[in-house]
Design a protein around this ligand. Structure first.
Ligand SMILES: [Zn+2]
Length: 479
């Protein structure tokens, strides 16, 4: 788990030793001693995970690697002995492939993130001694994840044979309940299949698209543009009006609404609900560029994200010198704008939680083989990304997407949902688009945020919304 938490017990132990020797050493030497012990403790995990460190091999000989469990107590990874040989098993096969990961041919996912906990054994010293005398291995520590098998399976089935990604997070805690990326692989066969899948650059099977897939966000980015508009016109945004003829022309720059739609007279809410490109190009140009850039930055672009898994940095750039063409393209999430599904989910989580982003996390706790908690994670606030009032207005805009706009396929459920669709074009040569949805439910008391992207398939309303619905359905049937 986090290095910070590793420091505490080690420091306490050292402090005890320090106390015993206190009468013998000078204060200066003591200070140096504490400094060194903290330094070693805080770098312990890093040293340990160094692949050249033979300590890993020693531990593997002493301890049997611990198991990884779902939040609902199912085994996601375990080590069993087959004819004297240890084999790592993944009972759910490819369902948790990217998020649980593998521990052969290098490591990935939780297997990599929690390698330190899984490799170590925190059973009592006496028992370790007995095991050593009898040539037995110590049982390693177990990792209890935040993942829910029901929601994960629903997301996995919903994505089916499509390529893309789905992530579901609890907005009040930051717990990640589902994370699916496709195409996938069977971690039980990782060594046998390694040559084939590691060399398949076209399909990038090993890439966790949730955190490492960069896509143009398309109209889901109108959330960001709308927020910039609310900040610029806090008292008059409700007076916004635009006449959509299906085409927006400004100098050389020309934008059309999706599939030739003509939206007529629209205010901000209707522009958002029906995803009117022309209206958003228009209001993008009404924004002072530096302020538009500031709003983009306030949503964690150009900074480190609170994500434990390896991720790629999203890109959206507007500054004082940006030409009209860039502003128009960015306002509708096209051009050079690129995002990962996880980053979009973070923004959605913050909107759903009155502006406050909870730090997403994958591990609930680490236990020793006797079920004693060695380390427990609790929800942590990451920060306030937008004000409570801004979050409330964006929530109402996102509700209208479901009640009267492109998210209508989320109507008629036991819960009410709010969100934004996107149909992101990624090539000048084809009409193909990536289908997006990001949103949360219940709209007025949000519990879960779901973000979906399906590659080169069509509109978000047709292809991403029904997948999100299956994930919401699975979550609310269980909770
Ligand atoms: Zn329009």
């Amino acid at each position: 788990m986090k290095k910070k938490e590793e420091v505490k017990p080690a420091k306490r132990r050292k402090n005890r030793e320090l106390y015993l020797f206190g009468g013998l050493f000078t204060a200066l030497f003591a200070a140096l001693f504490v400094y060194l012990s903290v330094y070693v403790a805080s770098n312990h995990e890093e040293l340990f995970n160094n692949s050249y460190n033979s300590r890993q091999r020693v531990l593997a000989a002493q301890n049997r690697r611990g198991s990884i469990y779902s939040a609902d107590g199912e085994t996601l990874a375990c080590t069993v002995s087959e004819d004297g040989t240890e084999v790592r098993q993944y009972p759910f096969g490819s369902v948790f492939a990217h998020v649980v990961g593998y521990t052969a041919q290098g490591k990935s996912g939780l297997e990599e993130l929690e390698n330190y906990a899984l490799s170590n054994s925190d059973i009592p010293q006496k028992e370790r001694f007995e095991n050593e005398q009898n040539g037995r291995k110590n049982p390693g520590n177990d990792v209890y994840s935040t993942l829910d098998t029901g929601v994960q399976q629903a997301a996995y089935d919903a994505l089916g044979a499509y390529r893309g990604a789905i992530v579901a997070t609890e907005v009040e805690t930051g717990r990640i309940v589902a994370m699916v990326s496709k195409p996938d692989f069977d971690p039980n066969q990782i060594s046998a299949d390694w040559e084939k899948i590691s060399q398949d650059t076209e399909n990038a099977v090993l890439l966790n698209r949730v955190t490492q897939g960069l896509y143009p966000p398309g109209s889901t980015f109108k959330i960001v543009t709308a927020l910039a508009y609310l900040r610029q016109f806090p008292d008059t945004w409700q007076d916004y009006s635009y006449q959509c003829t299906g085409v927006f022309q400004s100098g050389e720059n020309r934008i059309t609404c999706f599939h030739g739609s003509v939206h007529g007279q629209v205010d901000l809410q209707t522009s958002f609900a029906k995803s009117c490109n022309c209206s958003f190009a228009n209001l993008g140009l009404m924004l002072p560029r530096e302020e538009f850039g500031d709003t983009i930055d306030s949503l964690l672009f150009h900074e480190k994200l609170p994500i434990e898994l390896p991720y790629r940095q999203s890109g959206a750039d507007i500054g004082a010198d940006s030409p009209d063409a860039d502003v128009i393209q960015t306002a509708i999430g096209q051009g050079k704008t690129q995002m990962t599904p996880m980053h979009l989910n973070l923004i959605t989580m913050a909107i759903a939680n009155e502006g406050v982003l909870m730090k997403p996390y994958l591990v609930d706790r680490v236990e020793n083989a006797y079920g004693e908690a060695m380390d427990t994670n609790s929800p942590q606030e990451y920060g306030q990304l937008l004000s409570r009032e801004e979050a409330a207005v964006l929530t109402s805009l996102m509700e209208s997407v479901v009640t009267e706009g492109t998210g209508r396929q989320l109507q008629g459920r036991s819960y009410t949902a709010a969100g934004k669709t996107g149909s992101a074009e990624f090539s000048d040569d084809t009409d193909e688009s990536h289908a997006w949805f990001t949103g949360f439910a219940p709209a007025q008391d949000p519990k879960i945020a779901v973000t979906v992207v399906v590659e080169s398939i069509g509109s978000g309303g047709d292809y991403a919304v029904p997948l999100a619905r299956r994930v919401f359905d699975a979550y609310f049937e269980e909770n």
